[in-house]
Design a protein around this ligand. Structure first.
Ligand code: 13P
Length: 254
């Protein structure tokens, strides 16, 4: 896609974010990695509802400015995702109210309650709190980036990413919609999880259709318990939560 069309789409996503109340004031940031490796990013402290193409900042992959706009203070978060995921070409960070309510309550969006979400998004883990715009935040996010397509950041918000801007946006939308349904179902007396055999079938469908790569099998969510252990050569891998749990059990002598 040419740079001009990408800039136009970036502005459309910013406006959608603002119109849907996924952000208020100058919250949130959006970026795209162009084919030549340059990054188009929203500028810091600018309302996404009033974004125009001339305000877009351009940087290299180290975050060095290539025009006279100051890129988002959260650019390091975007660059981490681009480094960890060569397949990712766009990142959307926002504070959508229902998703962010999960992040504030200290909850991941990881229950198997909606078939479509297992197919197209997978689990959304919760990264521990880190001060926005600092290494603390990227350090907490880093272990999750490889296997997930969206993350919650404790007491902060959400980020979603994808092979292009619209996939990143769609994933952010799915995250927020899922969080909203989860909250509403709790008000109605609680959600019912899909049974294990239904989940297995959905995962087979998603792998056969290529909705999510095989790396999604390593996601940090309870219903993929069987996936973190790899057979062969005595090698095992664990999700971050499982490792922390194992270590705390060892320390507490359980
Ligand atoms: P920027 O205005 O620097 O992009 O920061 C907004 C934000 O949402 C921080 O989390």
């Amino acid at each position: 896609m040419d740079e001009q069309t990408t800039k136009r789409d970036l502005i459309r996503v910013c406006h959608l974010m603002y119109e849907r109340s996924y952000v208020v004031s100058s919250d949130g940031n959006v970026s795209v990695r162009l084919d030549d490796g340059r990054i188009l990013a929203t500028p810091t402290m600018t309302s996404k509802g009033r974004m125009t193409e001339d305000l877009i900042a351009i940087t290299d992959l180290e975050g060095r400015a290539l025009n006279d706009r100051k890129a988002s203070s959260e650019l390091a978060m975007h660059l981490l995702i681009y480094r960890e995921r060569p397949d990712v070409k766009a990142v959307c960070h926002a504070h959508p109210p229902h998703g962010t309510a999960f992040a504030v309550a200290g909850l991941a969006i990881d229950q198997p309650i909606l078939s479509e979400v297992i197919l197209t998004l997978g689990c959304v883990p919760l990264a521990a709190y880190g001060t926005p715009s600092t290494d603390e935040l990227t350090r907490e996010m880093q272990p999750f980036v490889k296997h997930h397509n969206a993350l919650l950041m404790a007491n902060h918000g959400a980020v979603a990413y994808g092979a292009d801007l619209w996939q990143a946006w769609d994933r952010l939308e799915t995250l927020e919609h899922t969080a909203k349904i989860a909250i509403l179902s709790r008000v109605l007396g609680g959600s019912k999880n899909l049974p294990a055999d239904a989940i297995e079938k959905l995962i087979n469908v998603r792998e056969a259709a290529g909705y999510l790569g095989e790396s999604a099998r390593g996601q940090a969510c309870g219903y993929l318990r069987e996936s973190p252990v790899e057979n062969g050569a005595g090698k095992i891998s664990l999700t971050r939560e499982e490792l922390v749990e194992l270590l705390s059990q060892a320390v507490n002598g359980k």
